[in-house]
Design a protein around this ligand. Structure first.
Ligand SMILES: [Zn+2]
Length: 244
């Protein structure tokens, strides 16, 4: 057994090394820069800190991309549970939105009259969800207009890619009770049905009641939504008016 004494490259403290035999391995060891035990702990902590900082940075970059690609309207991108005034009327919606964003429930159906805050609540949930995974947001009336665009229209192709990809989480904002075409109902049905079959997160807002949804879009859509989504009625009056 050979004892070689070296200096810690960081603090200069003497460190004793044991090598079995003089020879190439012992030579190598004596040429290597080494750290004493306490400096090794510090270096490890520093490496962990650097790694965590790099991971956080990558996560932030990824989230920024997800937000950009999500289709959430610019006006709703800052919406989160702290920017919304919590009150009796929206508390249940905010709690359910949080459960949805964290993956505790897969389907959420926010109902309520115009201005009851369901879109804001959906936006807060979506923004929170985007810390975890990507999703796509569609305003349903806009989406249906896009779906009617001519064949070979890139916007339409993209729309179908997203709607029919069962792994993409969806927010469908504002399925209203206006009379949709058979085509619109079919598109919506497929988008919803795909999510349900694959257990993909789905958040829907509507000012229609269950009966109205059934009358406008047909029983299959209404019963699918009813079976998959936890329904929450937002009770607020018109928040937009109330704020003025
Ligand atoms: Zn040291």
């Amino acid at each position: 057994m050979v004892i070689t004494e070296k200096e810690c490259k960081n603090c200069g403290r003497a460190v004793q090394l044991e090598t079995a035999e003089p020879g190439r391995f012992a030579d190598l060891l004596t040429r290597m820069a080494i750290l004493c035990d306490s400096c090794e702990v510090i270096e490890e902590a520093e490496l962990t800190r650097l790694r965590e900082a790099r991971e956080a940075e990558q996560k932030a970059i990824l989230r920024e991309r997800w937000v950009k690609e999500s289709g959430i309207p610019d006006t709703l991108r800052d919406c989160n549970s702290t920017t919304l005034d919590r009150d009796e009327a929206n508390a249940e919606g905010l709690d359910a939105g949080k459960a949805w964003a964290t993956g505790h429930i897969l389907g959420l159906l926010l109902t309520g009259t115009v201005g009851s805050g369901k879109t804001m609540c959906a936006a807060a949930s979506a923004n929170s969800y985007l810390y975890r995974a990507p999703l796509r947001w569609f305003s349903v009336s806009k989406m249906l207009a896009q779906a009617r665009a001519g064949f070979k229209n890139p916007a339409r192709e993209d729309l179908y890619d997203v709607l029919l990809n069962p792994r993409v989480a969806l927010v469908l904002d504002d399925i209203d009770k206006s009379n949709p075409t058979a085509f619109a109902s079919e598109i919506l049905f497929q988008a919803i049905d795909e999510r349900i079959n694959y257990g993909t997160p789905l958040l829907v807002t509507t000012n229609a009641t269950y009966v109205e949804l059934e009358e406008s879009y047909g029983e299959p859509i209404a019963s699918r939504l009813g079976g998959y989504c936890q329904p929450v009625k937002m009770l607020g009056g018109d928040r937009r008016l109330a704020k003025k």
